[in-house]
Write a protein that binds this ligand. Structure first.
Ligand SMILES: Cc1cc2nc3c(=O)[nH]c(=O)nc-3n(C[C@H](O)[C@H](O)[C@H](O)COP(=O)(O)OP(=O)(O)OC[C@H]3O[C@@H](n4cnc5c(N)ncnc54)[C@H](O)[C@@H]3O)c2cc1C
Length: 823
């Protein structure tokens, strides 16, 4: 009987926890169970215990829950001391942080943080669609631009794009893709911009960045969103056609990652402008690393605005403010060029001392003075989701396309290097990255097109994609060996390889984005109660704060209890009873995604509660939590892509392998979080609740990975799908066309070559794989003339691929001199 009652209590309280039931229901259930313990069902009949002491004892839980369900009582007894205690523990949110938090929206990320994902939020995002006009632009103007690009010429000979390419970009509107049609721009969607920038970057990262920057955070976007009608009329159509070249200067000499801590100051004052005395701002600034600055005609500036004489009537400290200043405005100094990672895109410093600008130069006018940080964060919450993920994912796809071809064409020890297990291992990883990061790019761009501002996902995607780009680049170099290292006009990898640190560093350097922004900001934004608790704790009105805290804390407690029960149940069943949006072939992975999201919700919650304000310092923990969120997001995006592409049977094994890898990676990272958690008791409890049966997930097997490698080592739909969006040429005189040409020819000659090798082994012909040997094979009747032609063509194409560039002794020195002169 006692055991049955204990079991009943566990079941009832677990159900209440799972349903996040109100306290009175807990009280009622505790009362019923308490009373049941007083009844004795024995063989002799039913009897009821009557001692008062025992009755009070079993009713204590019901009494406690009952009293707590009365709001004034709860506030007096529990909330007042808890409120006082947590005020000092909870993380504090500064004004700039609050503005950053307000700038973004939460969507699928909040579902992952909740531990109970609402699949509709994932499945209802409109899949990739381009308008007919966008598709035509991608197929025509973008293709033409790609054909005009010669990356070696750009990065080595000119240190700039060719004048023809610049003009083409300007004339065709590449620099004004985000500017609305009514303002003379192309008004393209986030998807279209991302795909156009990607294709160009697949040809030359420097050219990609040149197109990306005016379409990313900068004057165009800021004017579209916040500009006054006069500013829009004056600048947008000129920016759209490239008649004005914009740059945006936020980073200063002493303010990089901590951009909000800038020393660039503007003082509200009166001064002369166009012969009249007007109200304006006297600016002093020292900005650096600014892309397009050396050729910019319109400089966007961020500075800290002060109004010591209160001329605006808003106090002395106005805050971060943005202005647009023509490059030739008196006092503006556009500095000499930087040479970032030896890339050819324009980059340099911008300085000014006591530069007077009228109020009409402020973006949005005086009304927006002091709102600069919010404006920047709003733009960044979408921009970061588009531009660098586009460059990162295309680099991953392009390196796979090139490396798969090279690994098939290049032979050592008589076989293609790609089929050697040691080489297949990194190549297999490249295949999985290509599928996953394209999936994530698409999903996120679709969110932006729906009007979301997914700030947390944007940061997450920025650092994960560019880190994956780094991994794929390293793998591609390792697989190519010396062929990738010898730079020259024929090197199709070097430009992107050199550009890697740029992608890693800009728009929030990766270390900071991973360890500080993604989880710490994510948990504040996406946690259902934390921000409300923090805001209540920071409320200067104590009474009001306590009221708000009571509501938030009550919700948080229920959330915690549900997490405990749900994590344990999912852990015991390995997600067998978790939810799935469909019963398709990936239903088991949706359930696993739900199960790990539940574990993440619990650990995220406990980590935040335990670390509190120390979360920003405990970056090894928060970085790992960001990685787990990244795995959950990549699983979501991969599943979405599989559905969107019609559940292709030929992709199924690949998707399964990606899922297996991500789950294994997550379990490993969870283990690291527990092992390094500052409190061993919490760590033990989290381990038991999330993984009661241990962590046993296994990544995809070597055998399965090898099958993807074999599939990309031959031309076909699988390889094309994995590398979709990259510029492809089959011209043997083109830098990457030479690879595709050889790849096809070598594959065509495969069967013929096998016969040839067999004959050589049997001694029917003597020598192998030189041209004379092919003649011998014809003479010996092993090959006919047509087959010999196919084999010879493959042989010649291979030779073109494996050869590298060389230079005369003085040639390189002469080129360096030219380059310096050009700068
Ligand atoms: C090629 C290039 C183009 C650029 N273009 C522009 C542009 O057009 N406009 C513009 O305004 N800026 C531009 N930038 C600036 C860019 O945004 C900054 O370089 C970036 O914000 C990092 O600043 P920093 O280089 O000074 O590094 P620092 O801020 O000195 O950081 C050094 C390291 O410390 C880490 N770090 C810093 N703070 C923290 C923290 N709290 N927690 C954990 N880690 C931390 C960073 O991740 C980094 O790894 C460009 C930079 C480059 C290199």
């Amino acid at each position: 009987m006692t055991l049955a009652l204990i079991a009943l209590a566990i079941v009832v309280f677990a159900i209440l926890a799972m349903r996040e039931s109100p306290l009175w229901q807990w009280a009622l259930s505790a009362l019923v169970i308490g009373l049941l313990t007083r009844i004795d069902f024995s063989a002799a009949g039913v009897s009821v215990a009557t001692d008062l002491g025992g009755l009070i004892l079993v009713l204590i839980p019901a009494i406690v829950f009952g009293l707590l369900s009365i709001a004034p009582m709860r506030k007096l007894v529990l909330m007042t001391p808890v409120y006082g205690a947590v005020k000092s523990i909870l993380p504090r949110v500064s004004r700039t942080e609050q503005e950053a938090l307000d700038a973004g929206t939460v969507g699928w990320d909040a579902e992952l943080f909740s531990g109970r994902p609402d699949w509709d939020k994932l499945t209802s995002i409109r899949p990739l669609t381009l308008s007919a006009e966008e598709q035509a632009f991608l197929d025509n103007q973008t293709e033409t631009a790609c054909r005009m690009i010669d990356d070696w010429d750009i990065r080595n000979n000119r240190a700039d794009l060719s004048p023809e390419l610049w003009q083409f970009f300007k004339d065709e509107g590449f620099l004004g893709m985000l500017i609305a049609k009514e303002h003379g721009g192309l008004g393209f969607s986030a998807q279209a911009q991302s795909m156009i920038v990607s294709k160009i970057a697949s040809r030359s990262v420097a050219a990609g960045i040149t197109v990306m920057v005016p379409n990313s955070l900068g004057p165009g976007e800021l004017l579209e969103k916040y500009g006054t009608p006069e500013q829009k009329d004056k600048y947008l159509s000129r920016l759209a056609k490239g008649l004005e070249v914009p740059c945006f200067a936020l980073t200063g000499v002493h303010s990089g990652s901590d951009a909000g801590g800038m020393r660039d100051i503007g003082i509200v004052t009166k001064g002369m402008y166009q012969g009249k005395e007007v109200l304006g701002v006297r600016l002093s600034f020292d900005k650096r690393y600014i892309t397009l600055a050396p050729i910019a005609t319109l400089v966007g500036l961020a500075f800290l605005l002060k109004d010591p004489d209160n001329l605006l009537g808003r106090g002395t400290d106005i805050g971060i403010t943005l202005a647009l200043v023509p490059h030739d405005h008196p006092g503006m100094e556009i500095g000499r060029r930087h040479f970032p990672a030896r890339q050819a895109f324009m980059n340099g410093p911008v300085r000014g001392r006591d530069v007077f600008v009228p109020m009409e130069f402020l973006i949005g006018g005086t009304e927006y003075a002091g709102q600069g940080w919010r404006m920047l964060m709003e733009c960044l919450s979408t921009g970061r989701a588009i531009s660098l993920p586009a460059i990162g994912s295309i680099s991953i796809k392009q390196t796979l396309r090139a490396t798969s071809a090279y690994a098939r064409v290049r032979r050592q020890f008589g076989i293609p290097v790609g089929i050697m297990e040691g080489v297949a291992e990194p190549l297999g990883e490249m295949v999985k990255r290509a599928y996953t990061f394209e999936a994530a790019r698409r999903l996120t761009a679709s969110m932006v097109d729906e009007g979301q501002r997914p700030a947390v996902i944007a940061g997450l995607l920025k650092y994960t994609t560019t880190e994956a780009m780094r991994d794929s680049m390293d793998d591609a170099f390792d697989i190519h060996g010396g062929r990738a290292i010898q730079d020259g006009p024929g090197n199709y990898l070097f430009g992107a390889y050199m550009a890697l640190p740029v992608a890693i560093t800009v728009e929030g350097a990766n270390i900071l984005t991973r360890t500080l922004m993604t989880f710490a900001q994510g948990v504040l934004r996406a946690h259902p109660y934390l921000l409300k608790e923090v805001q209540a704790a920071q409320n200067k009105d104590r009474r009001q704060g306590l009221e708000q805290f009571d509501v938030a804390f009550g919700g948080h407690t229920k959330f915690m209890l549900r997490n405990i029960v749900a994590s344990l149940l999912h852990g015991l069943s390995n997600g067998a009873f978790a939810s799935t949006p469909n019963q398709g072939p990936m239903a088991h992975w949706y359930r696993r995604l739900h199960r790990y999201s539940q574990a993440f919700a619990l650990v995220a919650d406990w980590t935040t509660v335990f670390l509190g304000g120390a979360l920003k310092r405990k970056q090894k923990i928060s970085g790992r939590m960001a990685d787990i969120l990244g795995d959950l997001y990549m699983m979501s995006a991969t599943l979405r892509r599989f559905e969107d592409e019609g559940r292709l049977p030929e992709d199924r094994e690949l998707v399964e392998a990606i899922m297996a890898d991500r789950v294994a990676s997550m379990e490993n990272t969870f283990g690291e979080v527990f092992a390094n958690f500052p409190n061993p008791v919490f760590a033990w409890a989290m381990r038991v609740l999330c993984f009661p049966l241990g962590r046993h997930a296994k990544p995809a097997s070597d055998r399965v990975n090898y099958r993807f490698v074999r599939a990309v080592l031959r031309p076909g739909a699988f390889r094309d799908r994995l590398t979709t969006g990259a510029y492809v040429s089959f011209d043997p005189n083109d830098v990457t066309g030479v690879l595709e040409d050889a790849f096809i020819k070598v594959t065509e000659a495969e069967e013929i070559e096998a016969r040839f090798v067999k004959a050589a082994r049997k001694g029917v012909i003597e020598r192998r794989l030189d041209r004379d040997a092919i003649e011998d094979a014809v003479a010996a009747g092993v090959l006919n003339a047509n087959e010999a032609g196919i084999m010879r063509a493959a042989d010649e194409a291979t030779e073109r691929v494996v050869k590298v560039d060389d230079f005369a002794m003085d040639e390189l020195a002469a080129e360096s001199k030219d380059r310096v002169a050009a700068e």
